[in-house]
Design a protein around this ligand. Structure first.
Ligand SMILES: Nc1ncnc2c1ncn2[C@@H]1O[C@H](COP(=O)(O)OP(=O)(O)OP(=O)(O)O)[C@@H](O)[C@H]1O
Ligand SMILES: [Mg+2]
Length: 392
């Protein structure tokens, strides 16, 4: 049996006894050191990132195998080269980055500096960390550099996909808002074809002109959503008058049936707003109410003036809204209607417009009995042109 070189006690080697044993011990320690060195090298080489250590003169004093491969130094060592031969960042930027990386101590808790650069058509991300090499009396900085080219490409594709999807939302929103006035235009054009009374023909033609103007304003407002520079001009409006116009627009749709309409209006101060936006709010609320009543029931339009705000309500005696849906009805694309009937964009557009004017929309509903939507608009903000100039 071979004599062990170290006597072990409790699993710990005791110091070798005698000259031969000491020589053997040194050889073994040296071998262990080499093994540890090669293993560390192997671990560093198998990391998916490049690792560089740089001294105070910007000279590379350590580079793992991945770094040599990444930066095209496979046939000659990277060590000894200037950092700026591989990292395309200006020296003063490097100095700014490293100024608060301490020369020693653990990186734990130290704010690390991250950055990105492009070289050889690849994108890299780097992270700096402080290094304290044994025996070195000057500051060294470590860098972990990872190739993020594929990650970047994926990110760009996602941004592109997001852009396309918001264009989709924009287009469906626009189609949705044009649908109601288009029904009105179609219905009146059909009546004109049969009508013989010139006065009535003139009246319908006038409405067609008005609705077409509304469609044009809606298209303009969507275009300005994508490119927020221009848009429909603000003007003084009478909210009671706009409610009547919105009702007319929806009531032209044959599906309005024989719904009874009750108007309970209070005298209101004028509002300084974009008319087409206010029309959009009430066309959506009234058409939802009409759809909920399926051609039969009572629609009540109410306006009130509190001291500092106007309240306008649209009430119906329709199907009502189940409690579970009350928190979701304002979400874009939430609909309980069949595909092709509803897109679920109406109330989200209402919410967006009313919020823009610093107003609120509330809903009160009991399933099977109907629903009341109330829009509150601040008079102080919207009542005078000068007071409202800050609102987009
Ligand atoms: N007055 C109402 N009575 C009953 N349910 C309503 C009423 N208003 C809205 N809802 C419910 O809220 C949902 C969302 O309404 P919203 O106006 O956003 O979309 P939609 O009417 O379904 O579709 P779109 O308006 O795009 O044609 C409706 O599907 C419906 O379930
Ligand atoms: Mg709707």
């Amino acid at each position: 049996m071979e004599t062990p070189l170290f006597t072990m006690r409790y699993g710990i080697p005791l110091p070798p006894q005698g000259a031969t044993a000491q020589r053997e011990g040194c050889k073994q320690a040296e071998q262990a050191l080499w093994r540890a060195y090669h293993e560390t090298e192997k671990i560093l080489a198998s990391l998916p990132s490049s690792i560089l250590i740089v001294n105070g003169e910007h000279q590379i004093i350590y580079a793992n195998a991945v770094a040599s491969h990444h930066f095209g130094f496979e046939n000659c060592p990277l060590v000894g080269h200037s950092l700026f031969e591989v990292l395309p960042i200006p020296p003063d930027q490097w100095n700014r980055l490293t100024v608060d990386v301490p020369s020693s101590g653990s990186p734990a808790g130290h704010p690390l500096h991250d950055g990105e650069f492009e070289t050889h058509k690849r994108v890299y991300q780097y992270r700096l960390f402080p290094v304290a090499l044994y025996g070195a009396d000057e500051a060294q900085t470590g860098l972990v550099i990872s190739d993020i080219t594929e990650q970047k490409q994926l990110q760009d594709q996602l941004i592109q996909a997001e852009k396309l999807s918001s264009i989709g939302t924009l287009v469906s929103g626009m189609a949705h808002e044009i649908n109601n006035p288009m029904y009105g235009i179609l219905a009146m054009a059909e009546i004109i074809l049969e009508e013989t009374d010139p006065e009535k023909i003139k009246e319908y033609a006038h409405d067609i002109v008005e609705y077409s103007k509304h469609v044009a304003a809606v298209v303009r407002s969507f275009a300005c959503y994508a490119r927020p520079a221009s848009g429909d001009q603000k003007m003084e409006i009478d909210l009671n008058e706009r409610l009547i116009e919105a009702l007319k627009m929806v009531a032209r749709n044959p599906q309005f049936g024989d719904i009874k309409v009750v108007k309970d209006f209070a005298a209101l101060p004028p509002l300084w707003v974009r008319r087409s936006e206010i029309d959009q709010v009430f066309v959506n609320l009234i058409s939802n109410a009409a759809q909920a009543m399926a051609g039969h029931g009572c629609l009540t339009l109410t306006t009130r003036l509190d001291t500092d705000r106007i309240a306008a309500s649209v009430s119906d005696t329709g199907s009502g809204i189940p409690k579970a849906n009350l928190t979701r009805i304002f979400d874009p694309f939430f609909t309980t209607k069949d595909p092709g009937v509803g897109t679920g964009l109406g109330l989200s557009i209402v919410f967006k417009i009313v919020s823009k004017y610093e107003g609120t929309v509330s809903v009160d509903s009991e399933e099977g009995k109907g629903a009341t939507f109330t829009v509150h608009l601040p008079v102080m903000k919207l009542g005078r042109k000068e007071a409202h100039d800050g609102v987009p």
